[in-house]
Design a protein around this ligand. Structure first.
Ligand code: NAP
Length: 547
């Protein structure tokens, strides 16, 4: 039985359904936002492009897709009942289990009742006089609301490679973020995959096991470390359930809200033998310890990061039999942990298989074009039955850009953010009243579900405050937007990751205008971020302008 309050029906105004709030997206963010809006007794409608709930875990069905964060830290924590009911099967949950979990949540809280699927939001326009948002779907259907909640995810705007002839390939071509619901059969097939990011690093070992021949087109290699996944026994799950409060409290006390706390020592102050022993231990442990539980300066001190990179490079040389292939797989242009670290299960060993070939498209043979038969490089044409474009996403702002969002005086969000996003806490944007963003740019992220819960709690706290004071409009204060933008930029200045091209720094050469690095997230300490938002809430949200 759902334990939420039942929201009232929407009002029809000029024949248009009018809600208190419209939520864009039925992923982890949109689902929890709806749950909390109902608790406030608000009418709400969730519009979702897919045919069901799940967001990232609905779309990314590619072989090998799974959490690379511990499952038991990566679910919802708002309902203790839910936590006790759900058994995670593996320490790093595979996509089908995660989607099953999200379906379980949707059923338990009867969320689909206020959701409309197959509903792509094309536009959302603010009417300053009426104080309402008008949302227009791809079908032409319109709906209005006082509040607009964006729950569009940070990695939902997938991008195809801007390679000539891309659409001429005559066989099936897939992007992992639009993977078909039915299983793709690789048996006996010649498969080409472009890209070697976290997605490809998960998919390659799985596809290699099944296909006749797999050719990997790598532009720049990425550092990766072992996931060390394992099943969770019944007894282990019971122990986890008994410790949930402690686990989530611990995560909240770490900079990125994961179960990993940085080691307080500085890398180069630790004698080399001791340092290497520590890294051996981390490399053998499951999860992000090698990244987030490492010495505290590996993300800021180049010498420290280079020493760690050399340690990881040694591991790659040990794991990959052909020394030439191993060298190609070792990044030389950025140190370990300066891009989001993918965790892998047999990725490097996949290159020891006879049916896997690595093509270095940066140094050896650049791709010239896609042909009807496959991929043509400067040296030869490769023929394939299936092509996979594991070419990533227009991160963080991409999903916003794909909607025509207009605020005061018809200002387009895309134009307002052309150079840099401008927000307060990543939750409200200047000149966009009553638009609340879950995982908006310039917010703290780290452990994504925990960031989502924190963000939704904070935002529904604002709504509760407005209900109590009969306010109908909330806006940011421009001077605080300036201040927060500066804070965010300063927080990233010392980080090595700020000096590297990646989706995190807003670079995606497949998208026009995405050639220059931007700051897209708050890279300061998550504990400080929680403290800041708690202070704003306790202080009566003085940082916002209400009417
Ligand atoms: P990505 O890390 O951005 O990788 C995209 C890959 O495609 C890169 O290797 C890139 O090469 C290559 N590429 C892009 N355009 C190309 C072109 N025109 N020609 C040749 N190569 C091209 O994307 P992703 O692998 O999808 O991962 C994105 C993020 O999703 C991850 O960082 C992570 O945060 C998240 N993710 C999480 C999980 C999980 O376990 N929870 C799993 C998968 C993904 P360059 O590097 O040279 O640009």
């Amino acid at each position: 039985m759902p334990d939420t309050m039942v929201a009232e029906k929407p009002v029809l105004r000029d024949g248009v359904a009018t809600y208190d709030a419209i939520v864009i997206g039925a992923g982890i963010s949109g689902m929890f936002m709806l749950y909390r809006l109902r608790e406030l007794g608000m009418t709400a409608r969730v519009f979702e492009m897919g045919t069901d709930v799940g967001g990232t875990w609905y779309w990314n069905r590619y072989p090998g897709a799974r959490f690379d964060s511990e499952s038991w830290t990566y679910g919802y924590s708002f309902s203790k009942e839910l936590m006790q009911e759900w058994d995670w099967k593996e320490h790093f949950s595979p996509q089908p289990d995660t989607l099953e979990y999200l379906n379980y949540v949707a059923d338990k809280f009867d969320l689909r009742r206020d959701m409309q699927f197959n509903s792509t939001v094309n536009a959302a326009h603010w009417d300053d006089e009426a104080g309402t948002w008008t949302v227009t779907l791809a079908s032409g259907q319109q709906a209005k609301s006082r509040f607009l909640m964006t729950a569009v995810g940070i990695l939902s705007a997938h991008t195809l490679p801007s390679i000539p002839g891309r659409d001429s390939f005559k066989g099936p071509a897939y992007h992992p973020a639009r993977w078909p619901k039915q299983k793709v059969d690789f048996t006996g097939k010649r498969v080409g995959i472009i890209g070697t990011g976290a997605t490809a690093i998960q998919a390659i070992p799985e596809i290699a096991k099944e296909c006749a021949q797999l050719t990997v087109f790598q532009r720049r290699p990425n550092w990766a470390a072992p996931l060390h996944n394992a099943k969770i026994s019944k007894e282990e799950m019971e122990q986890i359930k008994a410790r949930y409060d402690e686990i989530y409290a611990y995560c909240a006390s770490t900079p990125m809200w994961f179960i990993h706390q940085p080691d307080p020592r500085k890398t180069l102050e630790v004698p080399q033998a001791e340092r290497e022993a520590f890294w051996e231990k981390l490399y053998a442990e499951p999860g992000f310890g090698i990244w987030l539980g490492n010495f505290r300066d590996i993300g800021t001190n180049e010498e420290a990061a280079n020493a760690l990179s050399e340690f990881i490079a040694k591991k790659i040389r040990q794991r990959v039999k052909d020394p030439k292939v191993a060298e190609k797989l070792i990044p030389k242009d950025h140190p370990f942990a300066s891009r989001r670290v993918p965790l892998e299960s047999g990725y490097f060993e996949a290159y020891n298989r006879d049916n896997v070939t690595l093509v270095d498209t940066l140094k050896d043979e650049p791709i010239e074009c896609i042909t009807p038969n496959g991929v043509k490089t400067t040296k030869q044409e490769y023929e394939f039955d299936i092509l996979i474009y594991a070419t990533g996403f227009d991160g963080v702002t991409g999903a916003f850009d794909r909607i025509d969002i207009r605020g005061k005086n018809g200002l387009r969000l895309k134009d307002a953010w052309a150079e840099s996003p401008r927000t307060y806490l990543g939750m409200l944007a200047e000149d966009f009243p009553n638009m609340l963003m879950v995982l908006g740019p310039h917010t703290a992220r780290g452990n994504i579900p925990q960031a989502i819960e924190h963000s939704v709690q904070f935002q529904t706290g604002i709504l509760r405050f407005m209900q109590e004071h009969n306010y109908t409009r909330v806006e940011t204060r421009p001077e605080l937007v300036d201040e927060w933008t500066r804070t965010v930029i300063e927080a990233g200045e010392k980080l090595l990751s700020s000096k590297v091209d990646s989706w995190q720094t807003g670079v995606n050469r497949n998208v026009e205008g995405r050639q220059v690095r931007r700051v897209l997230g708050y890279n300061g300490n998550g504990v400080q971020f929680r403290k800041k938002t708690d202070e704003v809430a306790k202080g009566g949200y003085k940082e916002f302008a209400f009417r």
